[in-house]
Design a protein around this ligand. Structure first.
Ligand SMILES: Nc1ncnc2c1ncn2[C@@H]1O[C@H](COP(=O)(O)OP(=O)(O)OP(=O)(O)O)[C@@H](O)[C@H]1O
Length: 269
């Protein structure tokens, strides 16, 4: 495995290999020198204080940062062994393979049924749509709650249900990876636990990378954890970097770095 500092061996298939990457917004170097491997069909958590670059790194896995003017990276990210930034990679097709769930649930202002069917249709799905809708809602542990109101608006259900609808929509197009940017931060504890349980089920089929501010959540659900921090630069700004990457067990119980120990024990951040 590739790692900045830690020694834990992560012996499994690699979905993303991040090699010597620097992340820029224009001339601003937001995150510097990141190396790590994201293993397949595991949950990898990105943690660290605000502004250390977790979302920046996450958004590069499906090249969502391409949509931000001036954003670019140096270094390499490989997805299933292929250079993610190669001209051969079509970002739209990449985003089909690497789905994303955001902090704030964002169902389309359409029926629950159409929330699933719409994306599938655009992606050329030709099979039985009713079956796909049911299977996706079941996969997101939402079917029983909405099966009798599929024609109602996706915006009419609770926040936790909306977030599961967004997960159903994401898995309907059969991605290989699910990126999750603080998916539970707007949810109550019960909905949060439902999403966490769901993630444990989803990881049998999907590689999951999650950004979370909730350290207990990272400890509960993830297999591996990357701890990012930010340091002061000469110019007075802040620059993110990866402090340590290892199994979640190691990061929370026996980290190699004092900064990691301080962070996970709540001493800063
Ligand atoms: N669109 C953007 N344009 C310019 N700078 C940005 C942009 N998005 C993020 N940044 C900067 O990049 C750095 C990393 O931000 P990022 O949002 O990735 O951090 P984060 O760890 O996810 O923070 P938070 O936990 O607060 O969401 C910060 O200095 C931030 O101001």
């Amino acid at each position: 495995m590739q790692s900045n500092t830690s020694s834990t061996t992560i012996d499994t298939d690699v979905t993303f290999r991040v090699e010597n990457t620097d992340y820029y917004y224009g001339s601003f170097l937001a995150v510097k020198g990141v190396n790590f491997d994201v293993p397949a069909r595991k949950i990898t958590a990105l943690i660290g204080p605000s502004g250390c670059g977790k979302s920046t790194v996450l958004r590069c896995f499906n090249r969502l940062n391409d949509l931000i003017p001036g954003a670019h990276i140096n270094g390499k990210i490989y997805f299933d062994g292929e250079d993610l930034y190669s001209p051969r990679v079509d970002p739209t097709e990449l985003r089909r393979r690497v789905g994303m769930v955001f902090q704030k649930s964002n169902p389309f202002p359409k029926s629950i049924y159409e929330n699933i069917a719409f994306g599938a249709r655009i992606n050329g799905y030709r099979g039985n749509m009713d079956e796909l809708v049911e299977q996706s809602l079941r996969g997101a542990a939402l079917w029983d709650e909405v099966k009798d109101k599929l024609s109602e608006s996706g915006l009419s259900i609770s926040g936790g249900q909306q977030q599961r609808l967004c997960i159903a929509r994401a898995i309907a197009i059969e991605p290989e990876v699910l990126l999750m940017d603080e998916p539970c931060s707007a949810l109550d504890p019960i909905s949060t636990l439902q999403i966490e349980d769901l993630m444990q089920e989803l990881k049998t089929n999907f590689t999951i990378v999650i950004v979370t501010h909730n350290m207990q959540q990272a400890a509960r659900i993830s297999d591996n954890t990357a701890f990012f921090n930010a340091r002061q630069t000469d110019k007075g700004g802040k620059q993110g970097y990866l402090v340590e990457y290892a199994s979640t067990e190691t990061i929370f119980n026996d980290p190699a770095q004092q900064a990691t120990r301080d962070y996970v024990s709540g001493r800063f951040g």
